[in-house]
Design a binder for this molecule. Sequence first.
Ligand code: FE2
Length: 259
Amino acid sequence: MRILFLADVFGTPGLAAVERLLRSLRAELDLDLVIANAENVADGAGLTARLGDRLLAAGVDCLTLGNHTWRRQGVGPYLVGATRVVRPANYLASLPGRGLAVVEARGGEPVAVLNLLGRYALEPARSPFEGVDALVAEAARSTPVIVLDMHAEATSEKVAMGWHLDGRVTAVIGTHTHVQTNDARVLPGGTAYITDAGMCGPHDSVIGVRKDIILRRFLTQLSQRNEPASGDVRLEGVLMSCDGSGRATAVETFRRPAE
Ligand code: FE2
């Protein structure tokens, strides 16, 4: 099975690139499943029902989220009904939505998609390491193919989660920092791993936001509203393969200019 994980889709430029390119990419790369992190699609922070539905209509099979999950009004009711959207499982259990979704790949094979939020500089209700074993066990009751989006600031948390789950899940994909890392590999137990998958969005920017806005903030300590940048739009992510037992057989970074 060949799975493409699209890194954080940032604002309208990222969404438009996915809409323009994904259909042909699915054929070109012979993809069985596409997962995308969608927590930045609403102007760089959050998800709305309309934007989530557009990504799904563009050919994404499952959406993951992160620290901006609750940013937009109306997302809660959307998450209740959206069976192909996951939010970090380690938010309060009383909040809407799910941290585990089982979706169907091209041939109908079930794939479990999990989402966790790191603790460093972010605000999950619980440690991502607490409860992850039960979450993986729950996923494994449905399918051996299990992909985790580990949305975290700290490299160490992501690397540690990769080792913790090595041999028990198909992939641990790091997201959130928007700069693709050069460490994609299959760990010895058969888990595909990368510290950060990158960003689908404008790279002539500071992690998606207009450079002038962020530079002014750093140079003067005066802040203004973030706005998505527009130049050097790319799709980025991770392309991986696994066998029927869920063991990853290959993983590589993916990058494609979108303009
Ligand atoms: Fe994030």
